[in-house]
Design a protein around this ligand. Structure first.
Ligand code: NCD
Length: 316
């Protein structure tokens, strides 16, 4: 099998064939999810624990649905009410859960690197549901599946990622994935929202939306991640919308068949015009949410297969 990982911590360690393996299996789950009866057995008998130390709507809901559809016993830890609030460290909490023999641990944490650290301490498969500004691999995979379905391929496309790149784990994972699959990635945004050492990313950088969006196949918008900013990175939301908010006029320089994406949550009138977001001819934002469930099913299925194979080896 081409997918050999024990965890899904980021896009960085994945080979192109592993990315393709997840997307191909996800296609199968897209079909299953459109049926009336949506149950499969890939995770039957396994226990999945979701630990979200940061708020989430789509990601948590879709991991939960994905696990349930594959037959896992799914438990959502209420992190607000957990012992973390009483001063227990992340590792102690993880070790406590580990003693309950989970098979899959889905973790979102505000600190970059926290999920990697946790994966070193537990015996089960760990999936990163977003760590600080580092990585959000299942988001990049669902974006990739959405692009592949809309464009018929996932290579030699020109993709603009726009807005608050500096604070975005979505951008980091997408830059990795789209680069590995041999696409041309452009980053568009004000210099204050560009990461340091941007030159190392193998991308083109634009400060102006009209230049950055010219002739691209895909426009990916990002939210201003104010919770990760200390101090003012943009003058005002009005000024930001004027220069960087995606509206019909700015989109007009992209290819006629360019698609518009957004990972959510969306701030209408800040980074994107509500009409563009709702335009069924351009926006694939709803498809992204649908693909999110399928991609998470595929990722958990593949990790569980590897988990079983390793357990069988140990038993032999
Ligand atoms: C993103 C995240 O949490 O990184 N949301 C998501 O998972 N769909 C993007 C964001 O918060 O803006």
């Amino acid at each position: 099998m081409s997918f050999t990982q024990s965890h899904l911590l980021g896009i960085e360690p994945l080979a192109p064939a592993e990315i393709t393996a997840i997307l191909d299996l996800a296609e199968h789950y897209v079909a299953l999810n459109r049926r009336e009866v949506k149950h499969a057995e890939a995770l039957a008998g396994l226990t999945q624990i979701n630990m979200f130390f940061e708020s989430s709507t789509r990601t948590q809901a879709s991991f939960e649905i994905a696990g349930q559809r594959l037959g896992a016993d799914v438990m959502n830890m209420a992190m607000q009410a957990s012992s973390i609030k009483k001063g227990e460290t992340l590792i102690d909490t993880a070790m406590t859960l580990n003693a309950m023999h989970p098979d899959l641990l889905v973790v979102r944490h505000p600190q970059s690197g926290a999920v990697d650290l946790l994966a070193q301490k537990v015996n089960c498969a760990v999936l990163n549901a977003g760590d600080g500004r580092h990585e959000h691999p299942t988001q990049a995979l669902l974006d990739a599946l959405t692009i592949r379905r809309a464009k018929g391929r996932l290579h030699r496309l020109s993709i603009a990622i726009c807005g608050d790149i500096a604070h975005s784990r979505v951008a980091r994972s997408n830059i990795q994935l789209l680069g590995k699959m041999e696409n041309r990635v452009r980053l568009v945004g004000p210099p204050t929202l560009m990461p340091a050492r941007i030159g190392d990313f193998g991308v083109e950088v634009f400060e102006d939306m009209e230049e950055g969006l010219r002739d691209v196949d895909v426009v990916m918008m990002l939210r201003l991640q104010r919770e990760r900013m200390d101090g003012g990175f943009v003058p005002s939301e009005r000024e930001y919308y004027f220069r960087y908010g995606l509206d019909a006029e700015k989109l007009a320089v992209a290819r006629d068949d360019a698609i518009v994406m957004h990972p959510g949550p969306m701030n209408r009138g800040v980074e994107i015009d509500g009409e563009i977001a709702d335009d069924i001819n351009r926006s694939v934002i709803r498809e992204q949410v649908e693909m999110g469930v399928a991609v998470r099913m595929a990722a958990m299925d593949l990790l569980a297969r590897n988990l079983r194979a390793r357990t069988a080896e140990v038993m032999a």
